[in-house]
Ligand binder design. Structure first.
Ligand SMILES: [Zn+2]
Length: 361
C-alpha cells in the first residue's frame, strides 16, 4: 500500500539520476547506533566492520572510555542529542518544568488508543516511522518543544559538555520532530505561528502551518550543528531524521550535516518492500546535495533481533534490504540497533559482508 508519504516521495523521483552500472558490494561508511560497555562493544563493532559509533549516553566518564577504545581502532564516536531528553532537562534545571510539545484532544485520544492496542498486542503502531494504517497515529513519547528558546539553549549546554570530552568525533541528532508528525500545538508554538502568518499573508492557514513547522524544524537542527562547529572547529555532524515529518518525509537534505541518516528500511511489519527501499535510497543519495553540497546522504536500516518483542527480519531479508539500498546509490549506512546486530551471529555476518573493506595490514 502506498501511504500519502510514499506518494510524496515517489513524486520526487523523476529528476534523480539513476546510478550507472552494477552497484558496489560494500558501503563506504557503516555507522551503528547503540551503547553498552566500551570494552566489549567497540572491539566487537570494529571486528564487524563498523566505522563509527553513535551513542545517546552523554556521561563524560563513559565517553572517555568509549574514545579510548575507538580511537586506536580508527573508529569515530558521535554523541546524540535527543528531543525526548526530558530526564536531562530535569537534572540540569530541577526547578523549571520542561517545555514539552502539546497535542490536541483528537491526538490525545489517538495516544490512548495506541497504548491500549500495544497492551493488547494488536497494534500496527510504527513508533515514529511512517504510519501504515489510516487511523491517526501520534508519537507516544514526550518530546521537548524547540520553539521555546530555552530548549535550544539546553542543547547548546549539552553540546559544550559533549565536546569538552577529548576525542569525540562529533554530535548527532535524534528524535527531532513533532509528536503528531506535523506541528506542535503548545501556546508558544501557536504564538510564533501567528507571527509567521502575519509575515506571510499570501499563504493559506494550512500552508503557513506547514512551512512554519518545517522551517523551524530545519533551522533548530542547523543552528545547533553550526553551534557545535563553532564550539570546536572540525566537529562532524550526523543524525537520523526521525520521527517522520509527514508532509515531507525525506526533508533531511535541508539539514547542514556532514552525513544525514534518513530511513530507508524501517524496523517493523509490514517490512518495507525492496522497491520502496530502492526508491527512498535513490532520493536519499540523489538529492543529498541539493541544499548543502558537502552533505552525504546516509540510509538508516532498522534492525531489532528481539523475538517475542518485535518482528525479526533475519539475515536473508536484511541482505536483500542492504542490496536495495546500495542499488539506490547510497554508500553510507546507519543501523539501529548496533547491539542487536552484534548480538546475533547471523545478522552480524551480513553487516560484516557489506561493511567497508578494511585496509590490509
Ligand atoms: Zn510547542
Amino acid at each position: 500500500m502506498l501511504t500519502q508519504a510514499s506518494v510524496a516521495v515517489l513524486s520526487l523521483l523523476t529528476p534523480v539520476a539513476q546510478p550507472e552500472g552494477e552497484p558496489p558490494e560494500r558501503f563506504t561508511q557503516l555507522m551503528g547506533w547503540g551503547g553498552g560497555d566500551p570494552a566489549t562493544i567497540v572491539p566487537a563493532a570494529a571486528e564487524a566492520g563498523f566505522t563509527d559509533l553513535i551513542v545517546w549516553n552523554q556521561d563524560p566518564a563513559y565517553l572517555t572510555q568509549l574514545v579510548q577504545q575507538a580511537q586506536p581502532r580508527g573508529m569515530g564516536v558521535y554523541v546524540s542529542l535527543y528531543l525526548g531528553d526530558v530526564k536531562d532537562w530535569k537534572r540540569r534545571y530541577p526547578d523549571t518544568s520542561p517545555p514539552t510539545q502539546e497535542v490536541n484532544a483528537e491526538e490525545q485520544e489517538a495516544i490512548a488508543r495506541i497504548n491500549a492496542d500495544l497492551k493488547a498486542k494488536t497494534s500496527d503502531y510504527q513508533y515514529g516511522g511512517e504510519p501504515v494504517s489510516d487511523k491517526l497515529e501520534v508519537f507516544t513519547n514526550e518530546l521537548l518543544c524547540f520553539h521555546d528558546p530555552r530548549v535550544p539553549e539546553f542543547f547548546r549546554a549539552q553540546i559544550r559538555d559533549i565536546l569538552a570530552v577529548p576525542g569525540i568525533t562529533g554530535i548527532a541528532f535524534d528524535f527531532f520532530g513533532y509528536r503528531n508528525y506535523r506541528c506542535c500545538r503548545c501556546a508558544k508554538s501557536m504564538a510564533l505561528l501567528a507571527e509567521y502568518q502575519k509575515a506571510h499573508p499570501d499563504l493559506t492557514e494550512a500552508e503557513a502551518l506547514q512551512r512554519f513547522s518545517l522551517e523551524t524544524l530545519v533551522d533548530v537542527q542547523n543552528d545547533l550543528a553550526d553551534y557545535a562547529r563553532q564550539v570546536r572547529p572540525g566537529t562532524l555532524v550526523t543524525g537520523h531524521v526521525y520521527p517522520v515529518y509527514l508532509p515531507e518525509p525525506l526533508y533531511g537534505n535541508r539539514l547542514n550535516w556532514d552525513t544525514c541518516g534518513q530511513t530507508a528500511a524501517w524496523f517493523f511489519e509490514p517490512f518495507w518492500s525492496e522497491e520502496k527501499i530502492r526508491a527512498y535510497s535513490r532520493v536519499i543519495a540523489g538529492d543529498a546535495k541539493r541544499y548543502w553540497p558537502n552533505a552525504e546522504g546516509g540510509a538508516l536500516i532498522g534492525v531489532y533481533v528481539r523475538p517475542g518483542q518485535y518482528p525479526v527480519k533475519g539475515p536473508e531479508r536484511i541482505e536483500r534490504e542492504l542490496r536495495a539500498i546500495l542499488d539506490g546509490g547510497v554508500r553510507c549506512l546507519q543501523v539501529c540497533s548496533l547491539n542487536d546486530v552484534l548480538n546475533d551471529p547471523g545478522t552480524r555476518e551480513v553487516f560484516r559482508k557489506f561493511a567497508p573493506q578494511k585496509p590490509a595490514n
